[in-house]
Design a protein around this ligand. Structure first.
Ligand code: IMP
Ligand code: MG
Length: 456
C-alpha cells in the first residue's frame, strides 16, 4: 500500500469508512484530507451505533495513529462530542490523534449564515454544518485556523474583524449582533485546551513515515460527484473530494500516492438538491431505501435513490485515476427481479458520451437504461467471489466492462506480495455482516469486529 487513497466514486455514502476501516489493519497512519462534520460513517457495535464525522475510521483499530489534515474543516465542539462518543465505545482517541494547525475552524457564524443562504430557491440542500462558509473564509483568507486556537488575542482579533463584515452582508441574521470574539473564545477555549497540544505537522509526519517504509492511508469524505471542481457544480460540497484532494489536503506530493481505490455502491444514492439522472420514481426508491437503510448518518435525511450510473462511474474512474473499484451493498439488490443501469445519456435528442460536471447541462440529460436480470436469492452471507450467484457475478463483471479499461490493476510492490490485495479489478464487498471484500489470493482480510456495521 505504501500510500493509498480511498475515494468515493459517487455522491458520497458509498461505504468508504468501512473500506478504510478494513485497510487500516495494515496501515501505520490514517489521515483524513478534506471535508468536515458533513461526513458521517456509522459503526454498529454490540447493537449500539457510533457515527464518526471528523475522526478517521482508522481510530477503531487499537494503536493506529490518525491525522486530520490541512484540507479538513474542524468544528471543535463536534470533535469533542465525537471523542466522548468514542470513549463510550471504550476507545480513547486523544493520544492517537494529531491535527494540522492549518486546518480551518468552523465557527457558529458559519452555520448561521449558511442557514440563511439555504433559504429559498437555489438552495444546495447542504448538511447545515457551516462547511461552505468555513471554506469560503479559508479561500478569502479571513478564517480561523486550528493553530490560532493557541492564542486568545489572535483568535478574538480575527473573529471580531470577520463579524464586522458578516453583519453588513447578512443584516437579517440577528445572532451575529450578539456574537463577539471574546464570547466565541469562551465557547471554543475548552476544546482548544485539548486540541492545541495535539497539533502536529501532518505533512512532516506522513513524509517521515513513508521514508521509513511506513504505510499510509488517506481517507476521503463525500464523493467525486460532490467535488467542488469536478462535481456537477453548484450542487457540490466545498472541498476537493476526489483523489487529487488527498495529497493537497495532507501536504504530500502527488507522486507519493501509490494506489487509488474507488468505492461505489451497486446502485446510487444522493442527498441534497441537484440533478440525479438515474434517480428512481419514489415508489421504487422507497423499496431500495428500506432495503439499504438509506438515511443520512449526519442529518438523518432520507437519501434519494437511483440505479447505478455508468457514465458517472466512468467519469469518477477517470477523474480519480482509479486503480481499483470496490462495489458495496450488492445484497441490497437481492430482492429486485430486474436491475437497471444507466448506460448513457441523451440531451436534446443527441447522445452524450461523457458525464457533464455542470448541473444545468446534467439536468437536461435523460438516461438510457439497460435492464439486467436480478439473481433472485440472498447474497448476504456470501464471502467468496465463486459463491456468488452467476447473475450477481455477471452484474459486477458487466460493470467492470462498462468502465472500459481506463483503470488498471496495480501490480503489488514486492514487499506487499503476501498481503491481501484486490485480485480483481473490481471487488465485491458486502454491507453487513462483512468480511467478504478485498480478498487476496494469498489470504483473506480479517475484518475487525468494530467495522461490523452499515455505512451510511
Ligand atoms: P455541504 O457539504 O454540507 O455544504 O453540502 C453540500 C452538498 O453535499 C449537499 O448536497 C449535501 O447533501 C452533500 N453532502 C455533504 N456531505 C455529504 C456526505 O457525507 N454524504 C452525502 N452527501 C453529502
Ligand atoms: Mg456518509
Amino acid at each position: 500500500m505504501p500510500c493509498t487513497v480511498v475515494v468515493g466514486a459517487q455522491w458520497g455514502d458509498e461505504g468508504k469508512g468501512k473500506i478504510v476501516d478494513a485497510l487500516s489493519a495494515d496501515a501505520d497512519l490514517v489521515a483524513r484530507y478534506q471535508g468536515g462534520p458533513n461526513a458521517g460513517h456509522s459503526v454498529i457495535r454490540d447493537g449500539r451505533t457510533l457515527v464518526l464525522h471528523l475522526v478517521p475510521s482508522g481510530i477503531l483499530h487499537p494503536g493506529r495513529r490518525c491525522l486530520i489534515g490541512n484540507g479538513v474543516v474542524v468544528d471543535p465542539a463536534r470533535l469533542t462530542d465525537e471523542l466522548h462518543a468514542l470513549e463510550t465505545f471504550g476507545i480513547d482517541a486523544r493520544p492517537r490523534l494529531g491535527l494540522s494547525p492549518s486546518a480551518h475552524v468552523i465557527l457558529p457564524y458559519h452555520r448561521e449564515v449558511e442557514a440563511v443562504a439555504e433559504l429559498g430557491p437555489g438552495a444546495i440542500g447542504t448538511t447545515g454544518r457551516g462547511i461552505g462558509f468555513a471554506y469560503r473564509d479559508k479561500a478569502a483568507r479571513v478564517g480561523v485556523r486550528l493553530g490560532d486556537l493557541a492564542d486568545r488575542e489572535v483568535f478574538t482579533a480575527i473573529v471580531d474583524r470577520r463579524l464586522v463584515r458578516l453583519r453588513q452582508e447578512f443584516p437579517e441574521v440577528a445572532s451575529l449582533q450578539t456574537m463577539s470574539g471574546p464570547a466565541l473564545w469562551g465557547q471554543v477555549q475548552p476544546h482548544a485546551e485539548w486540541i492545541v497540544p495535539r497539533l502536529t505537522a501532518v505533512s512532516h509526519e506522513l513524509h517521515q513515515s513513508l521514508a521509513r517504509g511506513g504505510r499510509v492511508l488517506l481517507e476521503g469524505a463525500q464523493g467525486t460527484l460532490l467535488d467542488l471542481d469536478h462535481g456537477p457544480w453548484p450542487f457540490v460540497t466545498s472541498s476537493p473530494a476526489s483523489a487529487a484532494g488527498a495529497p493537497l489536503g495532507v501536504g504530500l506530493g502527488p507522486r507519493a500516492i501509490d494506489r487509488v481505490i474507488g468505492v461505489s455502491k451497486a446502485y446510487a444514492t444522493r442527498v441534497g438538491n441537484g440533478p440525479f439522472p438515474s434517480e428512481m420514481p419514489e415508489a421504487e426508491a422507497a423499496r431500495l431505501r428500506e432495503a439499504g437503510e438509506e438515511y443520512g448518518a449526519t442529518t438523518g435525511r432520507p437519501r434519494r435513490c437511483g440505479w447505478l450510473d455508468l457514465p458517472a462511474l466512468r467519469y469518477a474512474a477517470r477523474v480519480n485515476g482509479l486503480d481499483a473499484l470496490i462495489v458495496t451493498k450488492l445484497d441490497v439488490l437481492d430482492s429486485f427481479e430486474e436491475i437497471r443501469v444507466a448506460v448513457g445519456y441523451e440531451r436534446i435528442g443527441r447522445p452524450v458520451e461523457e458525464f457533464p460536471p455542470d448541473a444545468r447541462i446534467l439536468s437536461e440529460c435523460t438516461p438510457r437504461f439497460r435492464t439486467l436480470p436480478g439473481w433472485g436469492c440472498s447474497t448476504r452471507a456470501i464471502r467468496r467471489w465463486q459463491d456468488l450467484p452467476p447473475r450477481a457475478r455477471d452484474y459486477l463483471e458487466w460493470i467492470e466492462g462498462g468502465l472500459k479499461s481506463r483503470c488498471r490493476e496495480t501490480a503489488p510492490p514486492a514487499h506487499d506480495r503476501d498481503r491481501p490485495r484486490p485480485r480483481r479489478w473490481s471487488q465485491h464487498l458486502r454491507s453487513e455482516p462483512r468480511g467478504g471484500g478485498l480478498r487476496g489470493e494469498t489470504r483473506r482480510v480479517a475484518v475487525p469486529r468494530s467495522t461490523k456495521g452499515l455505512c451510511r
